[in-house]
Design a protein around this ligand. Structure first.
Ligand code: PGA
Length: 252
């Protein structure tokens, strides 16, 4: 089953206007320099979406946000609707990142509602799952990830609308990564759970990204794994060279 590799940058809460424009311009330049076999996505904070969209004009780099509300509009002070993101030129939205699950008490049920709302607005969702260190050490990784997939992915979801990102919480921003065997173990099991939930054909088409301390130096090993279809990159996506070298080293 051939799945197009995705290289996605999660800028998190980083960058003022000028930083965002400069980073986007550097990514655009680097992407232009070569013919790529992967899909690039950058997910800046809400405040930079408009400026980054303008800076990326003409580049084959999709724009994504890092969260959305479940409603189209209304009395939800401080929130951003999926329709607003679509209107701004986003095609993706990251949902259920572990930092949101932790900081904003987002449950898998909420993530699922957000994914349904995103689809309704015409956005594709990058749904994040992953175990904590305590869960890994107590041998619960596969159960936790399976449960998060079952509860966060909408019933009947299509590979065209949903991408999964496996991000072990303890690997995020820590410089630590699971072994290649551990990554493949989770990814192949996620695909099995997706097959039970969505059918084998859809599961076979759905991309499963790995995220957590992805760097140019480990990209080749991580992204060569059978069930790894790309990367969700935090820290290294804030340097255009690192972001592009991850794609290059992964053979995109
Ligand atoms: P990291 O973050 O690459 O800085 O570990 C990944 C993520 O949280 O998406």
């Amino acid at each position: 089953m051939s799945r197009k590799m995705m290289i996605a940058g999660n800028w998190k809460m980083n960058g003022l206007q000028q930083d965002g424009v400069e980073l986007a311009a550097a990514v655009k330049q680097a992407v232009k320099a070569k013919k790529w076999n992967c899909e690039f996505v950058v997910c800046p904070p809400f405040t930079l979406l408009y400026a980054v969209k303008k800076a990326l004009r003409g580049a084959k780099v999709a724009l994504g946000a890092q969260d959305c509300h479940t409603a189209e509009k209304g009395a939800h002070t401080g929130d951003i609707s999926p329709l607003m993101l679509k209107d701004l030129g986003c095609s993706y939205v990251i949902l259920g990142h572990s930092e949101r699950r932790a900081d904003h008490k987002e449950s898998s049920a909420m993530v699922k509602e957000k994914a349904i709302a995103a689809k309704k607005a015409g956005l594709k969702a990058i749904i994040c799952i992953g175990e904590t260190l305590a869960e890994r050490e107590s041998g619960k990784t596969l159960d936790i990830c399976a449960k998060q997939v079952r509860e966060s992915v909408p019933d009947g979801a299509k590979a065209a609308d949903v991408v999964i990102a496996y991000e072990p919480v303890w690997a995020i921003g820590s410089g630590k990564t699971p072994t290649a065997e551990q990554v493949e173990e989770v990814h192949s099991q996620v695909r099995k759970v997706l097959a039970q939930k969505l059918g084998k054909a859809e599961a076979g088409k759905m991309r499963i990204l790995y995220g957590g301390s992805v760097k140019p130096a480990n990209a080749a090993q991580m992204l060569a794994l059978e069930d790894v279809d790309g990367a969700l990159i935090g820290g290294a996506s804030l340097k255009a060279d690192d972001f592009i070298n991850i794609a290059a080293n992964a053979g995109c």
